[in-house]
Design a protein around this ligand. Structure first.
Ligand code: COA
Length: 257
């Protein structure tokens, strides 16, 4: 299998599925794979036919993180390195990103989830961020985002001791949206990605952007929301939603970009 085959991309309707596909190495991520993930995310961003990205892993793993051999052979030392370009793409994606964590999520396999909008996990999934074990430090802004997501106490244990969360713990901690049986995960995650793809795309992107804004005074946030709310009251998407309600039918947002 060539390096480019190690990231498989296919579309199911308006959902672009991106699969880390190197199961014999637990989907450890090489520079070429980061470049493939980056390209898929940038394609999703620019292709109006894509509304949602779904990231998952092949075989029984999500990803075992950086390929340690590749990493040592060509250390990513500048911001143009594929890993940092991928992190830039996933952290700045304006379209929603859904993760289906089908097993091991090590290192960046866990930290990339902090940039996903919905995270579904298999019962067998595990989450670790063992950067200190490798004498490294966290990346992907996870030193800020993980403590704010799951609290300092649990994040410190994951970072400093390399401790592992299982799927139930990850859901309880707030890292994971919902947990499904291993056999059901792929279909359940795709079903939710398709539902998201059927929602009004402008409203979805605007809501994602609002949720990703940094902390600000409540009054300031209410002003920003109010401006957008008012603008959306005049949007064709809203007209379709209201008409569909009046006509007792499902809204069709497929014509909106
Ligand atoms: N980089 C390079 N190769 C990796 C890898 C990684 N991050 N993770 C797994 N592999 C390789 C293994 O070397 C092994 O290769 P081999 O069959 O040629 O010997 C193969 O993938 C299968 O992994 P294995 O260790 O046998 O599976 P396991 O289920 O016993 O353990 C892990 C899985 C992920 C717990 C273990 O491989 C591991 O700790 N890997 C390193 C994880 C890591 O530190 N990532 C970076 C975080 S910043």
């Amino acid at each position: 299998m060539s390096a480019t085959d190690h990231v498989a991309v296919d579309a199911e309707g308006a959902v672009l599925r991106v699969v880390m596909n190197r199961p014999e190495k637990k989907n450890a991520l090489t520079h070429a794979m980061y470049a493939g993930l980056d390209a898929a995310l940038r394609r999703a961003e620019s292709d109006p036919a894509v509304r949602v990205v779904l990231i998952t892993g092949a075989g029984g793993a999500f990803t075992s993180g950086n390929d340690l051999g590749d990493f040592m052979a060509t250390p990513p030392t500048d911001l143009d390195a594929p890993v940092f370009r991928f992190l830039d793409a996933i952290s700045s994606a304006t379209k929603p990103v859904v993760a289906a964590v089908n097993g091991l999520a090590v290192g960046i396999g866990t930290t990339m989830l902090l940039h996903c909008d919905l995270v579904y996990a298999a019962t067998s999934a595990t989450f670790t961020a063992p950067f200190v074990n490798l004498a490294l430090v966290p990346e992907a802004a996870s030193s800020m985002l993980l403590p704010s997501r799951i609290g300092h106490a649990k994040a410190a244990e994951m970072f400093l001791l390399g401790s592992r969360l299982d799927a139930t713990q990850a859901e309880a901690a707030g890292l994971v949206t919902a947990v499904f049986d291993d056999a059901a995960l792929a279909a359940e995650a795709m079903k939710r990605a398709q539902t998201l793809a059927s929602r009004a795309p402008g409203a979805v992107r605007a809501t994602k952007a609002l949720m990703k804004r940094g902390a600000e005074p409540v009054a300031d946030r209410m002003c920003v929301e109010a401006e957008q709310f008012a603008a959306r009251l005049r949007s064709p998407e809203l007209m379709e939603a209201i008409q569909a309600f009046m006509q007792k039918r499902a809204p069709d947002f497929s014509k909106f970009g």
